[in-house]
Design a protein around this ligand. Structure first.
Ligand SMILES: C[S@@+](CC[C@H](N)C(=O)[O-])C[C@H]1O[C@@H](n2cnc3c(N)ncnc32)[C@H](O)[C@@H]1O
Length: 344
């Protein structure tokens, strides 16, 4: 019998196979063993511990998979229980082995309310990191509502400015958007005053487009316009973008994890960022030891391009990877907002 308590259960409190438990009891036990991906957060206490102590759980799950479950009534029930046990086992192999999932993110708005985005995250491997939502994108999304928005983000005056159409829509580009959290949050917050183009590598864009479609109700309600497409930083755009094609705001979260990335990223920002003094680049990235040289190089290259930091800071978030002791993994992230230091 499984009782509901705040203390984690012991695996021996779960129905044991020698007792020939009912299918319902096994399904309930397997639900309790579900390792939900950790909630991203700004404090460690948002992360809940497991409902069952980890000791012995792997053996319990493998014994279910190995059992013919002969006392259960139907093949369907047996299949469902084997599938659930296999899923629980793969969750315990780490975040990369987790099955595809949909996750919900609450993003604060300037009115004090929250908007809710749903993002699909396919199963990830080491070479498609954009299939997962990373902690710095969550922190940057939660920061977006605090940014001065208009007038700091007033787009460059357009030729058709008039009393009825005083400003054109803000043109926003997200680089390496991954699952799209930052760009979709920006679109939801800015509503009809922005058009947001979410970009990534070809293999990531289908899921990005899927996520834009998943949030269509929210985006329609706010009047936001979102498009998605391929933009590979390693490729120089040809022909170069015209002044009208450039973007007022460029967003990027967690974009540096290879020695080539600082140069590629800044070389991509250069042609695509509007030359207006109101143009902004907003980036947030984890300060992982291994990639500190890339962060330093990025700063250097942005400065060389003529961009200067307007505002910056560090904050700690909690990624959904576990630390060695099984607790939430604290990640210090650096956020920065850049503008042209002089009209270029
Ligand atoms: C660590 S993930 C971050 C994804 C997302 N911004 C987030 O924070 O959740 C890095 C992203 O950069 C993208 N990326 C890497 N190299 C790229 C390139 N050459 N051109 C465009 N995107 C690239 C990856 O596909 C991936 O989506």
């Amino acid at each position: 019998m499984i009782s509901s308590t705040d203390e984690p259960l012991h695996v021996l409190d779960l129905p044991q196979l020698y007792q020939k438990p009912s299918g319902t009891d096994l399904v309930k036990a397997l639900a309790l063993l579900s390792l939900k991906p950790r909630t991203f957060g700004t404090t460690a206490d948002v992360v809940k511990g497991p409902a069952v102590q980890p000791a012995g759980v792997t053996r319990y799950l493998t014994s279910i998979i190995a059992s013919p479950l002969a006392w259960l009534d139907t093949d369907e029930l047996r299949e469902a229980i084997w599938d659930a046990a296999a899923a629980r086992l793969s969750e315990r192999s780490g975040r990369t082995a987790m099955p595809a999932m949909s996750r919900v993110f609450n993003i604060p708005t300037s009115s004090g309310e929250e908007c809710t985005l749903t993002l699909h995250e396919p199963s990830i491997t080491a070479d498609n990191l954009g299939m997962k939502t990373w902690v710095s994108s969550y922190l940057l999304s939660r920061r977006l509502h605090t940014l001065e928005s208009p007038p700091t983000l007033v787009p460059t005056a357009s030729a058709d400015s008039s009393a009825s159409n005083p400003r054109k829509s803000l043109r926003v580009l997200e680089l390496g958007a991954g699952t799209g959290l930052v760009g979709l949050s920006f679109a939801a917050l800015q509503g009809k005053s922005a058009t947001v183009h979410l970009t990534d590598l070809p293999e990531i864009v289908p899921n990005l487009a899927h996520n834009a479609a998943l949030n269509v109700e929210l985006l329609d309600r706010t009047g936001a316009t979102v498009t998605t497409g391929v933009l590979d930083w390693s490729v120089t755009p040809s022909p170069l973008p015209t002044a009208e094609e450039r973007f007022d705001v460029i967003l990027a979260a967690d974009p540096l994890y290879s020695p080539k990335h600082p140069k590629w990223l800044v070389d991509t920002i250069s042609p695509w960022l509007s030359r207006g003094l109101d143009a902004r680049v907003m980036v947030e990235m984890p300060l992982r030891d291994a990639y500190l040289p890339q962060v330093k190089e990025f700063r250097q290259r942005m400065g060389d391009l003529g961009l200067a930091v307007i505002e910056e800071g560090e904050e700690v978030g909690y990624d959904d990877w576990e630390s060695a002791d099984g607790g939430a993994l604290a990640v210090t992230c650096w956020w920065s907002i850049w503008g042209w230091s002089e009209k270029v």
